[in-house]
Ligand binder design. Sequence first.
Ligand code: PEP
Ligand code: MG
Length: 879
Amino acid sequence: AGETQTYLYDMSEGNAQMRGLLGGKGANLAQMKRLGIPVPDGFTVSTAACIATTEAGGEWPEGLWEDVLASLARLEERTGRTLGGERPLLLSVRSGAVVSMPGMMDTILNLGIGEDTVEALGAEADNPRFAWDSYRRFLQMYGEVVEGVAPHAYEDELTALKARRGVEQDTDLRTEDLQELVQTYLEVSRRELGRDLPTDPRDQLRGAISAVFNSWDTPRARVYRRANGIPDDLGTAVNVMQMVFGNRGDTSATGVCFTRNPSTGAKELYGEFLVNAQGEDVVAGIRTPKPLGEMEEVLPEAYAQLVQTMHDLEAHYKDMQDIEFTVEDGTLYLLQTRNGKRTAAAALRVARDLVEEGVLTREEALQRVEPGQLDQLLHPAIDPEHGRSPVTKGLPASPGAAVGEVVFDADTAAARGGAGEPVVLVRYETTPDDIHGVIVAQGVLTAHGGMTSHAAVVARGMGKPCVAGASGIRINTADRTLTIGEHTFAEGDLITLDGSTGEVYGEALELVPPQINEDFEAIVTWADEVRRLGVRANADTGEDAAKARELGAEGIGLCRTEHMFMASDRLPAVRQMILAETEEDRAAALETILPMQQEDFEAIFTAMRGLPVTVRLLDPPLHEFLPDLVEQSLLVQRLELTDGDPAELTTARALLGQVKRLHEQNPMLGTRGCRLAMLYPEIPEMQTRAIIRAALAVREREGETAGVEIMVPLVAYASELRAQRAVVERAVAEELESAGAELDVTVGTMIELPRAAVVADQIAQHADFFSFGTNDLTQTGIGISRDDAEGGFLSAYVSEEVIPHNPFESIDRDGVGGLVRLGAEGGRAAKPDLKLGVCGEHGGDPASIGLFEELGLSYVSCSPYRVPIARFAAARAVL
Ligand code: PEP
Ligand code: MG
């Protein structure tokens, strides 16, 4: 080795902590050796050697080969065998990355067998057939993996030989057959490569180690790493071990097992084995393995030892283990142990059981579950056994799976969904006009719009699956069809959405129902004991509020009153209010709306009795409430051309005039939020009256009401909040006076514009609380449109790794997170006890919750179905 770098470790030198250098497999093998568990002897070439080789374009670092030879010599001495010698040492050469990448990288077994050693090996085992079997396996593996010969070149010959012999199983081939096969394989290699395979086992060893190094950087390995967020510069280790043989006869076997059932988490024996076989036979599915329990009869001693070892390993690692083993002539060896992959349901059950068994503390158990696993269990999911491929993929906008018939407009969805048919609403994008269709649909699929698009926000709020921004779909409005690649779907055809992954399937898949069970409750309750952050919900209806409370919300952090306006019985009145040209018209519209609002608030306050509810005053991007300019123009034109009903034409023209007047190029930066309320203070005044009347009515009826917090949206200037606060306070005072009642009401503001974050100290003078609107803060802080960016450059930015993730999904720590920090510091500088919440979509994102915990905010608020995840993530953030 170079003076500074050690590339080689004998198995006995390592331990489980050396994962970075030895890879997961190498570190765990070394650890098992330390624990006195039988593993084959060997050595590990470190990840550092792989990295150095990759960096040098495949050239091994100086001294590495000499080190390998030295390690090999020591191994030969310890085992009393020699590579290529009379008592032959056979080796396995296996990859072992730091993070497991199942099946992605290469392995070579039986290295060291050849013309000179096959007889000796057969004689030693008193089983020539086994030796020739190992030989032909080696030739195929080396040819494929190291030399790149296509697998079928060998497989075809094997199939032909079995056909000639009239046998089905490889195990039915006799020694002579295998000898013949070896000759054939040598010829195949010569034919395919134009030369012989190397025959010196040392050359083969060098080739095998190089092949494993190279397999780190294949396109498929890179794709896998990208998909799983594994860095490209970790490298893989190479484990070189003495072969143990599961194919030495009927007292030999190979198998895999889990210490618990990885589907259910149940504490039971789970695994399979094959007598007289090597590991690849199990993987390749050539022979059907037997349930592990049957091993007790065939190989009782090895079985007893295996069961004990499984127990020991689980106790040592304090987690469910996934184990590979081989029995050679009745002697058990472990080839690998690792923490077992498991379903979400199993993850919770295992974590909970390990606490009950006294193995883990509750805090440790919380660290064994991933937030995404809770999420999976909260929603119906596609049966994991489906084995089908998606036809396209969009953004995973709202989790859960939905199956239904394609419909293209909300009215059809409402009619058919209302009649109990399962429908999936497919739209270019949704608007508030579609809400009645969304409500009855199983799920929503849009071609355009991102994680905070209307469809996404509304669907998440309802716990309804949604795939948004699926730019690969074409909706053909003329013939009412949907085209995805080469598939075309007519209205009524079945599709399946997976809102947790963004995948869309062109057929009906089986779903499994949500699984909120006792394990789930236990884990989330433990999280409550640990977390510091409060968790509230974003909810706009009594029903959502009740759901949120059931899922553990400690209040409402954001009630978007504009969503209440979207119901079809209100939209006309709301339009009338927005479009009113005179004060009288507006007053009349408000008059109609007030009782409706009051009714809504009563439902919410009733559901949230005793808990705080933040009601946000109207924040309408006007375009969401008005007819589309282009559509309205077309309507007028059509009426003109067809000599339609003159009255209808007049109305349409008038509406077009108003739409033109209010049209904004950039409605998200237009007359939104408090800006509308600044122009028409009668709107916040009406809303405040409705809030107070509702609170008093609920208290009267229920004996208790919710804590009333009124929030002003999209504030940039302290003067805006001062003015709005005055309007609100006046209305509160008048209502309370006329009712002869008292009620605590606080008034606060959203911090969702960069200017507000910068002047937070000024704004705080007029605020009882802040709530960070990280959706708009992302939009305005980075300067990217919530509605358009995700279909466009943003996805390219993410896939090209210009930025690490979509900032609407998970907060941009440095930039937008910096604005939140600034706002929090400014607010607290002015008012040390200022309550600080977050109500953007990031309030339900585990990584963002980590940042909010660091910043010491008071609570997060998220959609009801994310509440358990937020409770859990808030606990993880302090652990
Ligand atoms: C926000 O901007 O983060 C927010 C919560 O408000 P909305 O999404 O309604 O604009
Ligand atoms: Mg906002």
